[in-house]
Ligand binder design. Structure first.
Ligand code: ZN
Ligand code: ZN
Length: 77
């Protein structure tokens, strides 16, 4: 069985996440988020929802994008 990439747990219900054509195995969503979720370029928190992408940077919310100088960013509805 594949092991969790984040914590090394050898769990029989590991699942695979394919990102950019590469497979990653995890035992939990928490570990998957830890390994794969982008970080907000302003506050550094993990982006679990849709977030905002601007010029190759990710932001957790429009506020953070504005603070970093992306005035056109809006929360997606
Ligand atoms: Zn894990
Ligand atoms: Zn943020």
């Amino acid at each position: 069985m594949p092991k969790c990439e984040t914590c090394g747990n050898d769990y029989d219900k590991c699942f695979e996440v394919v990102l950019g054509g590469e497979g990653h195995s995890f035992d939990s969503f928490e570990c998957a988020i830890q390994a794969l979720a982008p970080r907000c370029a302003h506050c550094g928190c993990r982006i679990i929802g849709h977030g905002i992408e601007s010029e190759g940077q990710y932001y957790c919310c429009a506020h953070c994008a504005h603070e970093t100088g992306v005035p056109a960013a809006r929360d997606r509805v």
